[in-house]
Design a binder for this molecule. Structure first.
Ligand code: 1HE
Length: 270
């Protein structure tokens, strides 16, 4: 069932390039610059950071999507031409700070991808914890052709999804993956028909929001960090994280529910 969303109040309502809506524990952030294909200028990257720092109290999952025919056309190129080298570095670090806030913010984030998911748009998509692609989605890294390089954390995040080799191909040759190729490469977790991405993402977000918050937090915060550690250190952190999650009352209740036959069994999706 589609959750009933209300426009967010307060600071979130003042962000001119984002439309933020809330349905219970699920917050939906929509890039709202369709006339520029949701290209990300400095104001938008700052608004993304502000939004993820100030998610409504009680948020337990976020969905991010793009208004109009495309998810996001990447960096607003009109801002690049006049930048000095120093300004370019600061600009890139601004993106890093905002995207760090999305990946390592308080809640799991599901991105809905359709149309162009290119350049900084793909970098933004790679920041989410899960990606739902519609059939219209296509992925490119035109930085190579524009004479620039990724600057929004793509070099760290995209190879972790698809490998250095595929990313090298996209950047050197301008290769564009369609939605089916993107799914096969690992750019999306779910591939759905056009127009079905939001419904799928809301369903996932509601499911995620019903998990124990500390368990979700361990998945979004500890898992990617452990994956970067040497196994011995990673396993030590794992033991701490699992004990912390297990010690929480929400975990104990869930285990009691299963043992009391009040919780669902594991089964294949029908
Ligand atoms: C833009 C941008 C943009 C559109 N910056 N203004 N990204 C790119 O190299 C992708 C460039 N964009 C495109 O290839 C196409 O616009 C799309 C495939 C995304 C969409 O095509 P279409 O036919 O639907 O739209 P359009 O007619 O090309 O664009 C509509 C308007 O949006 C137009 O402005 P207008 O004033 O003439 O109406 C475009 O100029 C504008 N527009 N994309 C600025 N990107 C942190 S580092 C990240 C580095 C990068 O992301 S590099 C990749 C940049």
């Amino acid at each position: 069932m589609k959750p009933s969303f209300q426009v967010a109040a307060g600071l979130l309502a003042q962000l001119s390039m984002l439309r933020v809506e809330v349905a219970g524990p699920v917050v939906h952030l929509r890039l709202n610059r369709p006339e520029k294909r949701n290209a990300i200028n400095t104001a938008l990257v700052q608004q993304l950071q502000t939004a993820f720092v100030n998610l409504p109290a009680g948020s337990r999952a976020a969905v991010i999507s793009g208004e109009g025919a495309h998810f996001c056309a990447g960096l607003d190129l009109s801002e690049v031409t006049e930048q000095t080298v120093a300004e370019g570095i600061f600009h890139s670090r601004l993106w890093h700070a905002a995207f760090e806030q999305i990946q390592y913010g308080p809640v799991p984030v599901v991105a809905v991808l359709h149309g162009a998911v290119v350049g900084g748009g793909l970098e933004l998509a790679a920041t989410a914890h899960l990606r739902v692609a519609e059939a219209s989605a296509f992925y490119g890294l035109p930085e190579g052709q524009r004479g620039i390089f990724v600057g929004g954390s793509g070099s760290a995040r995209i190879p972790r999804l698809i490998g250095v080799s595929r990313m090298t191909d996209m950047m050197l040759t301008g290769r564009v993956f369609d939605a089916v190729e993107g799914q096969a490469a690992g750019l999306s977790n779910y591939l759905v028909a056009d127009g079905e991405g939001l419904a799928q993402a809301f369903e996932l977000a509601q499911r995620i929001a019903s998990n124990a918050p500390l368990s979700n937090y361990a998945v979004t915060q500890a898992l990617p960090r452990i994956a970067e550690m040497a196994p011995a250190e990673g396993l030590f952190v794992e033991s701490l994280m699992s004990a912390i999650a297990q010690g929480d009352e929400a975990a104990k209740q869930r285990v009691r529910d299963f043992l009391g036959k009040r919780a669902g069994k594991v089964g294949k999706a029908s």
